[in-house]
Ligand binder design. Sequence first.
Ligand code: HEM
Ligand SMILES: [Cu+2]
Length: 545
Amino acid sequence: MSADATTDTSYLNAERGLWSWLTTTDHKRIALLYLAGMMFFFTFAVLLALTFRLHLFDPEAGVLAPVGALLGLEDPGEIYNRLLTLHGVVMIFLFIIPGIPAVFGNFFLPILIGAEDVSFPRLNLASWYFYVAGGILALVAVLGGGVDTGWTFYVPYSVNTDANVVVPMLAAFVLGWSSILTGLNFVTTVHRLRAKEMGWFQMPLFTWSLYATGWVQILATPVVGITLIMVLMERYLGIPIFDPARGGDPVLYQHLFWIYSHPAVYIMILPAMGVVSEIIPTFSRKTIFGYKFIVFSSMAIAGIGSLVWAHHMFTAGMADVARIVFSALTFLVAVPSAIKVFNWLATMYRGSVQLAPPMLWALMFIFLFAIGGLTGLTVASLSLDVHLHDTSYVVAHFHYTMFGGTGVIFIAGLHYWWPKIFGRMYNARTATVAAVLFFIGFNLTYIPLFIAGGLGMPRRYAFYVEEFASLHQLSTVGSWVMAGSLLLAFGNLVWSLRRETRAADDPWGGATLEWRTATPPPVLNFHGAPDLSRGAYEYPVEVSA
Ligand code: HEM
Ligand SMILES: [Cu+2]
């Protein structure tokens, strides 16, 4: 199809100039706008983490004084709190929640269902502007000295602190709009723009996962938006809602916050699971095992996952019955997640598995996410959580699920789809080295935090007792290895853009629709009607040279 690729117009060269990008309504270009924004914020947040991780190298001396001078602060503990909060806010609200849907969902959802664009292209562009506005607000918060509440903005502290909480809260609020509009767009697109020949159960699994996620985005996100507005009303208009000193209820805040923020972890993980369900069959040369089980488990995770929020509040003061019910419900979510893992393993079984870079990252996901999930069961156990709550064990647990889960799959997706998006192939050996280094660095960073947490190292402490020093030092060294591996992985991708030779239309032998169009895709996604003669998971497919 693209034999004469150099003369083809693709979405990349159809129009030129910055203005054409900033006003584009092409879902593929919008995806790249998101990608650019996300890489910027991710890098920023990694640098923050490296800084306070370096500070934790030493139990008491620390390295934060020069940073404090920049922000006009003297107390290193205070600086630590602000860097930590900003790291959390940026990673959660600007990288890991929007990440996969906004970049890969935007780019591939329409292509995967044979559509020309999403249902509301201009709304799609508006979502990106909301994203940028939220990001700028988050940066303004730094210039204003930062916030010290932690990314959860818990009351009554967030009502009373001197730090400027309004800016980061507005940032989260605006980002919420971006998320809701994206979800709305995806759900509508799946319903209305699917190719006529494609029934619900012929859709690729990544599409299903975005569909399930879309509903969670639409239904849960408004709750956190309203909650943040309530905090601001209390803070600036003096309306007593949460502050117990004035008759408010701080536990109410926690309920409202987690009614969104727990489902938000499914906004993060479901799309990642969808990407895994694409990568594994491609590199096993086998159709996916248990397609419908994977579909229904996505819907089940979205449903049950919305009912378990109060497991974040086992020590916050709740009736025992409520605690037992929420603990039990939480265990239930493990079932559909385990079904997926079983299906992935069954897909690989007796397939001809190729350890190409995207597959390596996907396998790494299964391993790291399994650790995240299993340690999740430990903190879901009421009695254990009372011991582990607010220790660094929890920090390790959620880095295994979010970073080892969604973050790793974001990188896997980049390696899987990069040739299709940019039309260039990166160096596979460098990519493999980066993946292996990442695996070492990741475990070195977070395993010590599990151990320290089990021994009683509290979460969010800038200084600690001598006994924990060696564990923290291991962790800090791990963070350097990991940062180095990320630099190598992203550098390798960016470097490939300088290569002359184009990537093939279907370099991996993938069977879904994006591999049956030109590389990079034309403006309307396909030349003529999409080729729907083959099912999404009918393998093997010949690799095009
Ligand atoms: C997808 C990537 C990441 C996400 C979503 C993420 C998220 C978070 C969040 C929400 C917090 C706040 C913890 C709290 O409130 O107690 C946090 C803390 C922390 N993060 Fe990350 N992070 C990511 C990547 C990283 C990286 C790359 C590093 C190391 C280089 C890192 C190291 C840390 C450390 C050391 C803490 C502080 C723990 C404490 O002092 O209690 N994180 N992260
Ligand atoms: Cu939760």
